[in-house]
Design a protein around this ligand. Sequence first.
Ligand SMILES: [Zn+2]
Length: 160
Amino acid sequence: MNARRLRRRCAARLRDLRLPVPFDIDALCARIAAGRGRPIHLRAIPGLTGVCGLWIATDAADIIFYEQVTVPPHREHIVLHELSHLLCDHYPASLSLADQARLLLPNLDPALVRRVLGRTGYSCEQEREAELLASLIRQRAHAEATVADRLRTALDGGHG
Ligand SMILES: [Zn+2]
């Protein structure tokens, strides 16, 4: 697929998406989850070296894992990227029920996540699409925040 088609496809996906204002990544996850009728869980894991994030679909829920030590803007980017894989229907590798159950444990072993990640293997095009959609969502979230700010300033100004 050429870059223009990829861009058009991402723009169409973005149009269907209502972003929370002010933008908040957790609120966006909740909104997407409600639309899909499946919960999305965000889980931080320490020691995910070499890996930023991972989306896992179990029978009951979608789980997005992200490196625990990242600073907030980076966390938002990782989660947006993984959410974009989900929105683009880039199905992650299917997991055995035993692995699904282990991934839901409170004390998750990073080695297990790395092993699972080794099997997900998105194509380069899927990675490009997820990255593009993530940056389009961020751009629109930022633009909407700017408009909301200007409106508030204008309204406040009216009261002298
Ligand atoms: Zn990816």
